[in-house]
Ligand binder design. Structure first.
Ligand code: ADP
Length: 193
C-alpha cells in the first residue's frame, strides 16, 4: 500500500490538491471534514455531536474522528492506498492512525506539508465562504479560532512524523498546477525510495 497524509492549516489547499492526487495515484480519499459534514447532512447522532464543535472552529473530540477513520479503513479493504486529508489533527490521532495502519500491515509513507502564510489563509477562507455554503468559512472569528486550534494542537503532528523522517514541506502558494507538480515530485521521490 501507499498511504500519505496531506497536511497543512485550514485554507492551505488540501481539498483542491487531494482531488488531483487521488486521481493521479489511484488513492482512496479520506477527509475527516467531508466525513463529518456528511454525518451532519444525514443528521446522525455523530453529526449532531460534531456540529457544535465545528461551528465554533474547535476540533471534534479525538475518539469521534478516530472511530470514523477506523470504520473507513475497514470499509475499504481493497484500496491500493489512502490519502488522509484533515487527519490526523492531534498527536493522539497520529498515534491512533499509526496503530490502525500497523494492524493492517502498512504505514504512512510520506507527510506532505503545505506551507501558506497566515494572511493568505484568511483571505482564501473568506473567499471560499462566498461560495462553499460552509458557515465556518463566513465568520472571521470562526476562521481565526480554527487557525489558533491548528497552531495549538495540529502543528505538533508534523513533529510526530518528523521523528520518523516522513515530512516533506511544499510551498502552498503559487498556481494550483505548480503546487500539484511539487507534491507529485515529492511523492515520486518517496515511492521510489
Ligand atoms: P479546514 O481544513 O478548512 O478547517 P475541514 O473540512 O478539514 O476544513 O474541517 C472542518 C472542521 O471539521 C474543523 O474545523 C474541525 O472542527 C472538524 N474536523 C475535521 N477533521 C478533524 C479531525 N481530524 N479532528 C478533529 N476535528 C476535525
Amino acid at each position: 500500500m501507499f498511504n500519505l497524509i496531506l497536511f497543512g492549516p485550514p485554507g492551505s489547499g488540501k481539498g483542491t490538491q487531494s482531488e488531483k492526487l487521488i486521481s493521479k495515484y489511484g488513492l482512496k480519499h479520506l477527509s475527516t471534514g467531508d466525513l463529518l459534514r456528511s454525518e451532519i447532512a444525514g443528521q446522525t447522532p455523530l453529526g449532531l455531536a460534531a456540529k457544535s464543535f465545528m461551528d465554533k472552529g474547535q476540533l471534534v473530540p479525538d475518539e469521534v474522528v478516530i472511530e470514523m477513520i477506523s470504520s473507513a479503513l475497514d470499509n475499504n479493504p481493497q484500496a491500493y492506498g489512502f490519502l488522509f486529508d484533515g487527519f490526523p489533527r492531534t498527536t493522539a490521532q497520529a498515534e491512533a492512525l499509526d496503530k490502525l495502519l500497523s494492524q493492517k500491515g502498512t504505514s504512512i509513507a510520506v507527510v506532505l506539508a503545505l506551507q501558506v502564510g497566515q494572511n493568505e489563509l484568511v483571505k482564501r477562507l473568506l473567499n471560499r465562504g462566498l461560495t462553499s455554503g460552509r458557515s465556518d468559512d463566513t465568520k472571521e472569528d470562526v476562521i481565526l479560532a480554527r487557525l489558533i486550534e491548528y497552531e495549538k494542537k495540529t502543528a505538533a503532528v508534523a513533529d510526530h512524523y518528523k521523528k520518523y523522517d516522513k515530512v516533506v514541506y511544499v510551498k502552498g502558494e503559487g498556481s494550483i498546477d505548480e503546487i500539484f507538480d511539487d507534491l507529485s515530485s515529492a511523492i515520486d521521490k518517496r515511492s521510489r525510495a
